[in-house]
Design a protein around this ligand. Structure first.
Ligand SMILES: Cc1cc2nc3c(=O)[nH]c(=O)nc-3n(C[C@H](O)[C@H](O)[C@H](O)COP(=O)(O)O)c2cc1C
Ligand code: SF4
Length: 396
């Protein structure tokens, strides 16, 4: 395992994504997909699905119409790294989308841009316009006969659930942003029921880097099972919050040192839907095989009231649940009610156990990732901070 700390210098800044695009376009479609698969890259949006495999599924589907969607909805509480990538390295993202388009046989790319990032629409369109003028988008991209690919920017509907890929697709089609039943997965039947690859902003930018610098270079960062470098949005009780890049495999303790958060009593890894890691576990590594995250890291200082933290997250999920399925719609409301009972010192141990049972039901029976992951923070806070929580609770 090789780990090199990058500190706050973003590798993206030193990469010529269009060199990557040209290198990819010199390959066959199958070789492009194999290269991404060989790199071992997993999606940077949170779920960590292998990117090469996703592109392979979409590429293997028949059909003359396919789509590449860049998920720029960035709604996870505590996440703001995609905004930085889109602001500073849009060319890398567009190069990555074009490579994905070539790989799967798509001619259209769509950036689904978080509603609150409306101010980015015009600068992104300006970059797209320039790329068309430079022959990097449009007809016969980079002079490759028959490879036509263009990109548009669509504005998101302003709900957290619209970041979930099937809800995103529904929203793009003009419907209410609610998750679809799966299967079929978007790689088979996605936007307009055509094969569609949905990738995170950072995944696509990283794909361009792989072609610019090579698979071995990419694999020299990170761990065997989590290759490459990762951007993190770091906020909360630390001296130097911001967007950082670290290789996968960094320990929570080392990360806290970099950002001036050594005094933390806990760190929420993966945003509201992630896990709360106590100080006793700061030796753990941030990687898909240990602590997985799309990049949101919230530092919780010694003065933090953990029930207030749990309440904040549960209020968010009650607000953001789309309401389609019962475990999530009712479960999140019951969990919030439980946190409020705990705050008033009115929750018995027996009822707390029932709430943990409800969490299991939600994780197993909810239709999409929102309800499957919304109990995570509550469960980990109860597990690691039981004394603090029960300190104000009547134990029956
Ligand atoms: C409630 C919810 C919200 C999500 N929000 C985002 C988001 O804002 N950005 C994102 O890239 N992925 C988000 N995802 C994950 C996407 O469904 C999908 O897995 C991801 O875009 C795939 O890209 P990747 O393979 O490059 O990571 C969300 C998932 C859920 C369940
Ligand atoms: S889990 Fe929640 S957000 Fe997902 S479909 Fe069910 S109600 Fe909607």
């Amino acid at each position: 395992m090789s780990i090199q700390t990058q500190g706050n210098t973003l590798t993206f800044a030193s990469i010529d994504g269009d060199a990557g695009l040209k290198a990819a376009l010199a390959m066959s479609r199958a070789d492009i997909i194999d290269t991404v698969a060989d790199s071992g890259m997993k999606g940077r949006g949170g779920a960590g699905f292998p990117t090469g495999m996703k592109w392979n599924f979409a590429g293997s589907e028949k059909g003359d119409k396919k789509y590449v969607i860049c998920n720029a909805d960035e709604g996870e509480p505590g996440t703001f790294k995609d905004r930085v990538i889109l602001t500073e390295f849009a060319d890398l993202v567009f190069a990555g989308m074009t490579i994905a388009g070539r790989a799967i046989g798509a001619s259209e790319g769509i950036v689904y841009l978080r509603g609150e990032y409306t101010y980015l629409r015009s600068p992104l369109n300006a970059v797209i316009k320039k790329r068309r003028a430079d022959g990097l988008l449009g007809k016969d991209v980079c002079g490759v006969k028959g490879f036509d690919f263009d990109i548009i920017v669509a504005l998101g509907a302003g709900a957290y659930i619209c970041g979930e890929e099937t809800a995103l697709i529904e929203s793009l089609e003009g419907f209410r942003g609610e998750p679809r039943n799966r299967p079929p997965f978007p790689v088979v039947a996605g936007y307009r029921y055509a094969p569609t690859v949905v990738n995170n902003v950072e995944t696509l930018a990283s794909a361009a880097c792989i072609f610019a610098k090579g698979v071995d270079w990419f694999k020299s960062f990170g761990t065997d099972r989590s290759t490459g470098f990762k951007l993190f949005s770091i906020s909360g009780d630390c001296a130097r919050p911001g967007v950082y890049e670290f290789p996968f495999g960094i320990t929570v303790a080392d990360l806290l040192k970099e950002v001036g958060g050594e005094a933390a009593k806990a760190v929420q890894i993966g945003g509201a839907s992630g896990h709360c890691v106590p100080a006793s576990e700061f030796g753990r590594r941030i990687a898909f095989e240990d602590l997985s995250t799309g990049g949101s890291i919230i530092v919780l200082g010694p003065g933090r009231d953990m029930l207030a933290v749990a309440r904040n997250f549960m209020e968010f999920f009650v607000e953001e649940s789309c309401g389609q399925c019962t475990p999530c719609r009712v479960g999140n409301a019951k969990l919030l009610e439980g946190v409020e009972m705990l705050q008033r010192g009115e929750c018995s141990m027996k009822y707390l156990q029932e709430l943990l049972g409800l969490c299991e039901t939600m994780q197993l029976a909810s239709k999409c990732g929102l309800g499957q992951s919304s109990p995570n923070a509550f469960v980990s806070i109860v597990k690691h901070f039981k004394d603090e929580i029960m300190g104000r609770t009547l134990v029956h």
